[in-house]
Design a protein around this ligand. Sequence first.
Ligand SMILES: NC(=O)c1ccc[n+]([C@@H]2O[C@H](COP(=O)([O-])OP(=O)(O)OC[C@H]3O[C@@H](n4cnc5c(N)ncnc54)[C@H](OP(=O)(O)O)[C@@H]3O)[C@@H](O)[C@H]2O)c1
Length: 259
Amino acid sequence: MSKISITKKTAWSLILSINTNTKYKTKRNIIEISEQSQKNTLQIRYNRKKNYIEDTNINLKKDIENLFHIFLPIVCFQGKFQYIAHIAQSLDGFIATESGESKYISGKENLEHIHRLRAVSDVIIVGAKTYLEDKPKLTTRLVKGNNPLIYVFDPKRILRKKDIMGDIVHLRDNLDEMKKTLHDKERQTIYIEGGGRTISYFMNKNILNKIHICLCPIILGGGRPSFIPDKYIALNNQKSFKPNHYQMGNDILFDIEIN
Ligand SMILES: NC(=O)c1ccc[n+]([C@@H]2O[C@H](COP(=O)([O-])OP(=O)(O)OC[C@H]3O[C@@H](n4cnc5c(N)ncnc54)[C@H](OP(=O)(O)O)[C@@H]3O)[C@@H](O)[C@H]2O)c1
């Protein structure tokens, strides 16, 4: 195939089209992607099982290749519910200071990545403490794409009626209830954006399909931890992951497939 050079914006539009186009929701391992972009037909033969582009007429510059490598497995996911978490942590494993400051541990490239994760998701879940302390907007304002529905995870019921703004859904700890409220689509991507307690809840229950850990070159020396296990596991019984990793400005993103 002769190669077509595209911008990151075009590559992103292609990923969004794949995410919403039902013709790619196939059980096959090889997905033939073909989408019109201005005068060009962009084509990718994607091996979902290996997360590998077998053939394409797109010129795969590093940034475009990375974008496909991170997002094609997400938008080609097979299964009804897909759970993805992202957390940015210091080199010594903290996501915020003791007093709760976390803006911004990671740099602008990672912030843009977070907005992309929101844009391919149907639902975003944040913990009640994050919601109350950070007052995050949880929009996709840095990239093209729709805002997901917002669920606030609040098992200790610390949110009052007055805290709940707009269309936000107040989620206790009943995930089945959440699943019931999601409209009937073939696939639902549920994105958990923190904090550590909330991500740990999903991790400990073995619900996560994928986690993105952004390692940021700062040392906090203490603060709020990224992961809080619910039981002791001896070191030689700890699961070891095989992550892919990507440079994002000065940060490194670890992309870890769990289930
Ligand atoms: N660096 C990042 O990527 C990032 C992203 C998002 C947020 N943050 C930061 O994270 C901090 C908040 O995180 P957080 O971990 O303290 O709280 P959180 O995840 O935002 O909120 C979790 C809430 O659920 C409650 N909870 C009770 N039982 C739980 C259980 N079994 N599992 C999970 N949650 C349970 C927690 O109460 P208790 O804590 O009282 O048990 C808390 O009220 C903020 O400072 C925010 O700025 C950082």
